[in-house]
Design a protein around this ligand. Structure first.
Ligand code: CA
Length: 226
């Protein structure tokens, strides 16, 4: 799940981004509208969390611009304004939810999962292949119905591989995705995560295999298809 966070207050932005990354979301955190639009152009986003008062635009106008590019992207407005009129404005602008500062990070996370879940009824949030199912909202993986105990990094890796089964994903892309979660690891952190995930898939008898394409990257295939 890729979340676009737009907040010009540095401490608040970092606090929200750190929390969401810890919970397994990939977060693009930016401080102004122009950068939000640029980030949205690079890759589709699963939800946007945006501050109403931004230095170069109004959160409402930014939301309209983001929606012009990606029609039904779920949005939560975060703001210090707590007047009823602003609240109505937020919901009328098409935001899916509205949260007033100061707020609890767990509450923001719960609301974010709720809007993602509602959006998920409009599109797929669950991947299934080779007996393995991964829910991109709850971050839970199962193999033949039994829970797979994955770290955040392993879950992010599995999600990326399941997104495009059979296709090679470059190491650079996987590293970007994994390092969005936490500080850059050692040079072979990706290789280490791949081998741990392979072991876990294999001990759960998942009919999945992660192929190494030397010098390029990895791809996920159904074991029967080998
Ligand atoms: Ca602000």
């Amino acid at each position: 799940m890729r979340i676009l966070l737009v907040e010009d207050h540095q401490a608040i932005r970092e606090m929200i981004a750190d929390h969401l990354r810890e919970r397994g979301f990939a977060v693009d955190a930016v401080d102004r509208g122009e950068r939000a639009l640029a980030a949205a152009r690079i890759a589709p986003i699963d939800a946007v969390v945006l501050d109403l008062g931004l230095p170069d635009t109004d959160g409402m106008q930014l939301l309209a611009a983001l929606r012009a590019a990606q029609a039904d992207v779920p949005a939560i407005i975060v703001t210090a304004r707590d007047g009823v009129d602003d609240r109505l404005l937020g919901l009328n602008s098409g935001a899916d939810d509205y949260i007033v500062k100061p707020f609890n990070l767990l509450e923001l996370e719960a609301r974010l999962r709720a809007v993602l879940r509602r959006a998920g009824s409009r599109r797929e949030t669950r991947y299934t292949l080779g007996g393995v199912t991964f829910d991109t909202v709850t971050r839970e993986a199962t193999a033949f119905g039994k829970p797979l105990d994955l770290t955040r990094r392993e879950a992010a890796l599995l999600e990326e591989l399941l997104r495009v089964p059979g296709q090679v994903i470059t190491k650079d892309r996987l590293e970007d995705r994994l390092y969005a979660l936490e500080d850059a690891g050692s040079a072979n952190a990706l290789e280490a995560a791949v081998s741990r995930l392979r072991r876990k898939l294999s001990s759960a008898h998942a009919a999945l295999s992660i192929e190494t394409k030397w010098g390029i990257g990895y791809r996920l295939i159904e074991a029967e298809a080998r």
